[in-house]
Design a protein around this ligand. Structure first.
Ligand code: NAP
Ligand code: GCO
Length: 262
């Protein structure tokens, strides 16, 4: 039920971080994995890391905000590996700037990578999925698909929008046996969140680090590997009647009011 043997999976931004961990999990379940990076160096490093783990991944350099480049990459993958059965829209960026100091350019850049790009890549893969009798699209959402916080207005707007794009793809293409769901990671230790975990000069924890641990019933940051089971579930036939759902993988943050003061 969880086997992905014979399936082709494209994970955007799969050279490192959460994308890499999810692609590794999909390969472990039997899928042939393709991923893209925004630049050659990151793509080569990713390929080296997959090889070191015994995974024969296929890396492409492609800016996910460039529709022509995405269409070309998807055509290349379809001719080299076959129809894409599973798409994971994982590539994303964040800018932590107070809203009134955020330029329109910065706001638009985040919207472009985190919201417009999943639309562009989904649009590129859906026609072949329809011809093939179905497919799976998994959008990487966030706690910020549900909650706000200081300094992440563009990111929250994009990830909230991505939640609704997920529901709309599910609504519009469910009749073609395409399931589109989201994974909403909690706070995961990756390069993207490294600035929030930096040790203070006196060696103590970053205040945000302590804040997250106190907001998480599991009392820890997530690891990229915590996303492995959820992504295999949503990519496999085990989830064939799950559509338009956001699966939060957050150690319980959204269920919790936070640690009581002593
Ligand atoms: P990360 O290590 O910074 O990875 C981001 C990935 O996105 C990189 O592989 C990067 O590619 C790719 N990317 C960015 N802009 C791109 C573009 N224009 N074209 C192509 N690829 C692009 O961050 P991460 O923490 O693993 O985040 C992965 C996803 O999870 C993001 O959508 C993020 O918002 C989401 N998320 C993260 C957390 C967390 O706590 N870490 C929590 C919730 C959601 P290259 O660097 O290879 O070029
Ligand atoms: C932040 C952002 C992200 C989070 C993640 C939560 O607060 O900086 O929310 O970096 O890690 O998206 O799900």
């Amino acid at each position: 039920m969880f086997s992905l043997k014979g399936k082709v999976a494209l994970v955007t931004g799969g050279a490192h971080g959460i994308g890499y961990a999810m692609a590794k999990a999909l390969a472990g379940a039997g899928a042939t994995v393709a991923f893209n990076s925004s630049n050659e160096q990151s793509c080569q490093e990713g390929l080296k890391n997959y090889r070191a783990e015994g995974i024969e991944a296929h890396g492409y350099v492609c800016d996910v905000t460039d529709e022509t480049a995405v269409q070309e990459m998807v055509k290349k993958i379809e001719s080299e590996l076959g129809t894409i059965n599973v798409l994971v829209n994982n590539a994303g960026i964040i800018k932590r700037i107070p809203m009134c100091e955020t330029s329109v350019e910065d706001f638009s850049k985040v919207i472009s990578v985190d919201l417009v790009a999943p639309f562009i890549v989904s649009k590129a893969v859906i026609p072949a999925m329809i011809k093939n009798g179905g497919g799976k699209i998994i959008n990487v959402c966030s706690m910020m698909s549900e909650l706000g916080r200081e300094t992440v207005s563009a990111y929250a707007a994009a990830k909230g929008g991505l939640k609704m794009l997920t529901k709309n793809i599910a609504s519009e293409y469910g009749a073609y046996n395409i399931q589109c769901n989201g994974i909403g990671p909690g706070y995961i230790a990756t390069p993207q969140t490294a600035p929030l975990r930096e040790r203070q000069e006196d060696g103590s924890r970053h205040p945000f680090d302590s804040f997250i641990v106190s907001k998480t019933p599991a009392s820890r940051w997530g690891e990229p590997a915590d996303l492995a089971g959820p992504v295999v579930f949503l990519a496999s036939s085990a989830s064939n009647f799950v559509n338009g759902h956001i699966l939060y993988v957050d150690g319980g943050i959204l269920a919790y009011i936070g640690k009581q003061p002593k």
